[in-house]
Design a protein around this ligand. Structure first.
Ligand code: ZN
Length: 528
């Protein structure tokens, strides 16, 4: 703006006759500043929520304490909560406001098996050996959204802004077992834009077709007949033989699958005892590929192979879909809006202790680069062409991204360069690194919600990209049907085994300033 133009604007402002758009953008800038201030004032609440959810350490479908706690927080701050979405006891929706636009904020809440870990300690040191924990950092995303939503809600109330904020949890993301069901059951039918958050090593976002894969997760269960394994083995039909043959068959077939594919399996039931021919046995596969037609192809190969294994062993096979995730495609308009806010927020200021922990862990893991925490903002991520996509992980946010404008905000609440799905990802997750990363992310999230609430043209542009670019040639074809039930039984046994032991370590914010303090951990604790 030239000095003359600035003078004109100032003069118009003084005259109370500033052009509407300039007036609006000055007001929005003020609202954003207030939201950022509000988030900063809730840093203590952010820490309490992050540490509490970390201490619950619950696996997918068993996020009982987590959901009870988070919904109680939301109700305390005036959000309306409905529970039990898609027949999933730990799924819920919280809303505030009314009418359009409807802006949804989501994030995952589940943990990883065998990843129990003392936070702030730069080597493997479980709180409870063998127990689950937050070995991905999913304890931080919903606290981020809640802080952002409370900050925005206060401004909506004060300035009488129309619109609705909706919060929802990514239940069982590690099993990709809820979001396709939420979509199927119309949970997002009124939503204009979905702002998803996921823990990462930087503050960033991206748009277009993403890297990584989509997947279908299927369990095959074989049924044979028992017999005395030594006395009359010829009278038995072994379901375990079928499982083993299918497993071996898949390993041979793997050589002839596309390089972009990923597949893995575990045996969920291998029989009862050696002297009884196994009547039932099950094997659980994740079939991953980079687009829908190729995922479908893998499922068809798997189904055929299961039939083959049943034929070879004279057993019967049934199968059940336990999870699905679409490859992700993120919205350009929304990502660019978020990225502008990210640049305003910037990265947190890391302390010397934060960097010591990060570098100590990177050294412990033998990483080639031990640069510690990110100190430079990442670029806005651009589309990944299918031919450049060599596969990788999945997230069922993909299913949502094909049904409405969606982005994922990645926020710096973890240490870069970790293997993932491992105890090491829990080390930063209840420390100042996570607390600061969540506060930074909540600011960008709150500012973007305000953009979307006050600038209807943004929502329109986002839908134009969604309709005219993203879904012009590619359509969403769900892998589940109307009748596919959500697999709510998963992880029951593991939590049944560990919950009572874990309960003793739940964070009590009324007695301790932080979870580190409750556990008596010096921050950071490095290998001597
Ligand atoms: Zn995740």
């Amino acid at each position: 703006m030239t000095i003359t133009r600035r003078l004109i604007v100032v003069t118009l402002m003084l005259l109370g006759a500033m052009p509407v758009s300039a007036q609006d953008s000055a007001k929005l800038a003020e609202q954003k500043k207030d939201a950022v201030k509000g988030v900063d004032e809730m840093a203590k609440l952010a820490q309490e929520m992050v540490d509490s959810v970390f201490s619950f350490g619950e696996l997918g479908m068993q996020e009982i304490e987590t959901s009870k706690y988070l919904t109680a927080q939301l109700e305390k701050f005036g959000f309306k909560v409905t529970r039990g979405q898609s027949g999933i006891p730990t799924a819920w929706v919280a809303t505030y406001g009314s009418g359009k636009p409807v802006i949804a904020l989501g994030s995952d809440i589940d943990g990883i098996p065998q990843s129990s870990q003392k936070p702030g300690v730069a080597y493997h040191d479980p709180i409870i050996e063998g127990a689950p924990g937050h070995g991905e950092g999913h304890n931080t995303g919903m606290p981020l959204n809640i802080i952002a939503a409370i900050a925005v809600k206060r401004i909506m109330e004060r300035d009488k802004l129309p619109g609705t904020i909706m919060l929802w949890p990514g239940v069982a993301e590690e099993l990709v077992a809820s979001k396709a069901w939420f979509v199927r059951d119309g949970m997002f039918k009124d939503v204009d834009v979905n702002l998803f958050t996921h823990v990462g090593g930087n503050l960033s976002t991206s748009w277009g077709q993403q890297g990584g894969t989509g997947l279908v997760s299927i369990e095959y269960t074989f049924e044979g007949e028992t017999a005395h394994s030594a006395g009359a083995p010829w009278r038995g039909r072994s379901a375990l033989d079928a499982v083993e043959l299918m497993s071996v068959g898949w390993q041979y077939r793997r050589e002839h699958l596309r390089l972009s594919h990923r597949s893995h399996s575990i045996i969920t039931n291998g029989g009862d005892q050696p002297n009884v021919v196994p009547r039932n046995a099950s094997i659980w596969f994740y079939f991953r590929e980079i687009d829908q037609p190729h995922i479908k192809e893998l499922v068809e190969i798997g189904n055929k192979m299961a039939e083959g294994a049943a034929l070879m062993t004279n057993t019967r096979v049934t199968s059940r879909i336990l999870g699905t995730a679409y490859p992700r495609h993120m919205n350009k308009t929304v990502a660019e809006t978020m990225y502008a806010n990210i640049q305003t927020v910037g990265l947190p200021t890391w302390s010397e202790q934060d960097q010591m922990l990060a570098k100590g862990l990177q050294k412990e893991l033998g990483n080639a680069t031990q640069n510690g925490l990110a100190v430079k903002l990442g670029e806005l991520g651009k589309p990944v062409a299918l031919e450049d996509n060599n596969g990788g992980g999945s997230d069922d946010i993909g299913d949502i991204s094909w049904n409405m404008p969606t982005i994922t905000l990645s926020y710096p609440a973890n240490i870069p360069g970790l293997p993932g799905h491992n105890w090491s990802s829990g080390i930063a997750s209840a420390t100042p690194i996570a607390h600061k990363g969540v506060v930074a992310g909540a600011k960008a999230q709150a500012m973007t919600v305000l953009d979307l609430l006050t600038k209807p043209e943004l929502v329109k542009q986002a839908w134009a990209y969604f309709n005219d670019v993203q879904t012009k040639d590619v359509k969403y074809i769900p892998f589940i049907t109307r009748d596919t039930p959500a697999p709510t039984h998963l992880n029951q046994a593991i939590l049944g085994k560990y919950r009572e032991q874990m309960r003793k370590y739940y964070y009590d914010p009324t007695k301790f300033g932080t979870y580190l303090e409750q556990l008596g951990i010096t921050y950071p604790t490095l290998r001597k």
